[in-house]
Design a protein around this ligand. Structure first.
Ligand SMILES: C[S@@+](CC[C@H](N)C(=O)[O-])C[C@H]1O[C@@H](n2cnc3c(N)ncnc32)[C@H](O)[C@@H]1O
Length: 204
């Protein structure tokens, strides 16, 4: 299935037209938590602009594993300027990727809102086992805080991406509970775009 490859050429322009710079600001906000020489896993990085933002903070010393299932998204990601960081690109669904090392930092930017509940559970457990004890998991995604327009926008986005990219979800997973039941500590959190976007850092 083509998935997000269908929308790769206009994904960033569309998201910026709707959310302005909020999606970028939310994902960049907690990047300073990444320490020098870290081993990082990014899952669902889209067009890869986040690689350039990370390279602005750490132009060298990072070892990044970049897993993105959509080949057109990956094509754009590979063209990014990663400075002197080492990036391993893997074009597969994360749930099919085996033999990964463990990581100091995991980034999941707008990943989990794509998944059915079963895939969500599988991927969350997989990433949990790949994060080193004491490691940091930075997750950015939409959240509902009771404002009517958030429901309308979310429903519209689910409908659009179901049609265009074949996503299987129609509701946001309760990710916070998953972190809490596994004993993670909340390190930092911030909301953007009228609280519709949340970025959190949890320590394992
Ligand atoms: C909503 S987009 C977000 C892209 C990017 N993080 C951003 O904010 O601009 C979700 C991305 O996750 C990728 N993706 C979805 N399921 C995936 C999976 N199982 N493994 C790896 N990547 C996946 C999609 O191809 C898509 O590029």
């Amino acid at each position: 299935m083509a998935g997000y490859s269908n929308v790769a050429w206009f994904y960033d322009s569309l998201s910026r037209a709707i959310f302005g710079n909020a999606l970028v600001e939310a994902q960049v906000h907690l990047l300073p938590l990444i320490q020098s020489n870290s081993n990082i896993l990014i899952v669902g990085g889209g067009t890869g602009w986040i690689l350039e933002e990370i390279a602005k903070i750490h132009p060298s010393g990072l070892s990044i594993t970049y897993v993105e299932v959509a080949d057109k998204m990956m094509g754009l990601s590979r063209k990014r300027n990663v400075a002197n960081n080492k990036v391993t690109y893997i074009t597969q669904p994360i749930q099919d990727v085996t033999d990964l090392p463990t990581f100091d930092v995991i980034l999941t930017p707008f990943l989990f809102d794509n998944f059915s509940p079963a895939t969500f559970d599988k991927v969350f457990n997989q990433l949990h086992s790949l994060l080193k004890p004491g490691g940091t998991w930075i997750n950015t995604d939409f959240q509902l805080t009771g404002k009517w327009w958030q429901y309308v926008l979310l429903k519209t986005m689910f409908g659009f991406f179901r049609l265009m990219a074949g996503i299987a979800s129609n509701k946001l997973p309760d990710i916070e509970t998953e972190f809490v039941i596994r004993g993670y500590t909340l390190v930092d959190a911030k909301s953007f775009f009228g609280e519709f976007i949340s970025t959190t850092a949890y320590k394992k």
